[in-house]
Design a protein around this ligand. Sequence first.
Ligand code: NAD
Length: 291
Amino acid sequence: MKLIDGKKISEKVLDEIKLSVQNRIKNNLKVPHLAAILVGDDGASKTYVNSKIKACKKVGFKSSLFNFDDSISEIDLINQIEKINKNDDIDGFIVQLPLPKHIDQDNILNMISPAKDVDGFHPNNYGRMTLGLESFIPATPAGIIELIERSEIKTEGKKCLVIGRSQIVGRPISILMSQNKSFGNSTVTVAHSRSKDLKKLCLDSDIIISAIGIPEFIKGNMIKKGTSIIDVGITRVEDLSSPKGYRIVGDVDFKSVSNNVEYITPVPGGVGPMTISMLLKNTLKACKISD
Ligand code: NAD
């Protein structure tokens, strides 16, 4: 079993970004600037945004936080987005989700300038990704690609099962795994909540990318020897033996699959740490495009 160390790979990506920023400064080029819009004061959203801002500081990016009250109307939020779209100093920005119920998430994401859409959720970027054109790839699937490439897992001609069809993970990674590029060329099956006989699908796969959110759902008897697993799932389960009273587990029953897998991402410490690094990588790309 080879463990894919997402923490280590993510640190390496951040170091590379930091070096690029230092080179840009030496060459009198603009320092990348990431902005985040946060609506309301949801604790988890605040934590996510703060860790993105902390990561910006680490690599030498500029960052800005636009925090609006959760009573902001959709039209006022759109006006704020238009202001950021026009602000030449900001290279990329994200709208932290979820938004309050009275705001239509799709309307908001559609207002982000595709050139600054470093989360890659604007239909323009999503469509370009689907067409295999240059685009901002959403951070989690981009992180999965980085993990697979840097671990030198071969994807060409492999049978890849993607479990989950969400817009942020399952759908995009299934598209990317099947694309005709140096990364991809897998034969992809997408499974979801209505799929029948998941065990059979798993047993028939060389690579499994699981993004379900059901703790320890994939067991050792569901995979064949030599399977590589990317476990995207993150669930908190009660654990009274832990000081916090809970632990974080993935979709995969790590212990029971460990004898059969070739490569596996742990949870925590696998896909999770990659997400912020890939957001910053997209921001650096946006900044370079606007040079
Ligand atoms: P989601 O929560 O929107 O949907 C879950 C998906 O799982 C659906 O497509 C559903 O069809 C599928 N599913 C549910 N039950 C199933 C079953 N029994 N068999 C097969 N498929 C089933 O998906 P999401 O937002 O992609 O999140 C999935 C998991 O990934 C969650 O645990 C989430 O926390 C985690 N996640 C992690 C990261 C990260 O950075 N590591 C990023 C995003 C999501």
